[in-house]
Ligand binder design. Structure first.
Ligand SMILES: [Zn+2]
Length: 125
């Protein structure tokens, strides 16, 4: 999505993929299952699942991973997040993919800056 020329910001789309690399999972972690993050939305293809316990560990990190970070920031270099169960081998690889542009007025809740939300505009999701 290209910039509309208004004030706004870019967010990376993310892919979050289950990886085991030979480790034994305790929870239901199926290697290769994945979901995408597009703006505020978690997008699951048919049949893809994620443990809610693992999701609880992932969620606080995803907004930071969506944003541009310094090349030396661990948020840039470290791609895998562990399942919170200390006995579980589940990991989740977060990779940045394309970027989307969001207009400030389409995303803010501030009443004097608010316009039509991005997801209510034509082509918005
Ligand atoms: Zn687990």
């Amino acid at each position: 999505m290209a910039s509309s020329g208004k004030d706004g910001f870019w967010l990376y789309d993310l892919k979050v993929e289950t990886v085991l690399d030979g480790r034994a999972p305790v929870c239901r972690h199926i290697e290769g299952e994945s979901f995408r993050v597009e703006g505020e939305a978690l997008v699951f293809e048919a049949g893809q699942r994620v443990s809610m316990y693992a999701l609880a560990a992932l969620l606080p990190l995803l907004p930071a991973k969506q944003r541009e970070t310094s090349a030396h920031d661990w948020m840039t270099t470290d791609a895998e997040i562990a399942c919170p169960d200390p006995h579980c081998g589940g990991r989740f690889r977060v990779t940045r993919q394309g970027r989307r542009w969001f207009g400030h007025a389409e995303t803010t809740g501030l009443p004097d800056a608010r316009e039509t939300p991005y997801w209510q505009k034509e082509g918005g999701q």
